[in-house]
Design a protein around this ligand. Sequence first.
Ligand code: NAD
Length: 260
Amino acid sequence: MLKNKVALITGSTSGIGLGIAQGLAEAGADIVINGLGDADEIEKTRAGLASSTGARVIYNGADMSRPEQIAAMLEEAKQRFGSVDIIVNNAGIQKVAPIEAFPIDKWDAILAINLSSAFHTIRTAVPWMKANRWGRIINIGSAHSLIASPFKSAYVVAKHGLLGLTKTVALELAESGITSNAICPGYVLTPLVEGQIKDTAKARNMTEEQVIRDVLLAAQPTRQFVTVEQIAALAVFLCSDSAAQITGAAVPVDGGWTAH
Ligand code: NAD
């Protein structure tokens, strides 16, 4: 389905991003992965993705808080593969703290990595997508693109902002064959959430099991985590021709959380 398409997924060395990279590679796209981590582990991930799917896969370690590194990553992708047709803005970090104690450096980092990085990937790739009259922009928002939770000020602001960017870009590009959508997951058990479980257990003097049951899954009416594969399947669908008229949308995958 995605033969001859090139997909760049930010923050794809683990978790949701890696699952989406796998899904898009299985659908036939060439892949640029990105993210932080141990160089040998990342090379294993890259090689595994290539050999399990037959896709061409390259890695670029751009720090998503650095606009010049983001632009250089997009340029490398274009040089290696000819263009970038699909962008998945997925890189993200989290910090849980009360507003008056929220570390200023974490505020700045969350806005840069979770929000501004998407502006930088999109602004660089849109001219190439316009030239091809085809493109797919998928922003990984969150249930927190739609609702707030206490102690997550920077994250909620960044994810609401990302949805605003999604809609604005959708309107600007509506006649160009390019769609822009946000996937808004509820809780997915990834390294990001595993860290949050540990922090919350300490902060609230609870066991990790209690945090999972009484804090995380209490928000999610199905009482189950969303899986990486479920998010990846939706991303692949949004890249298909069947989804050509879906643009500017926020698609929740949250076990009913935002239906409350
Ligand atoms: P994760 O921690 O497993 O993955 C995050 C990825 O981002 C990693 O590859 C990491 O290396 C990368 N990253 C972090 N900082 C970076 C930087 N400065 N430059 C480049 N890469 C960087 O987390 P995840 O749960 O898979 O999260 C992926 C996205 O999904 C995030 O945007 C997150 O907000 C969103 N999300 C996650 C959940 C969840 O429950 N896990 C729910 C809703 C939304």
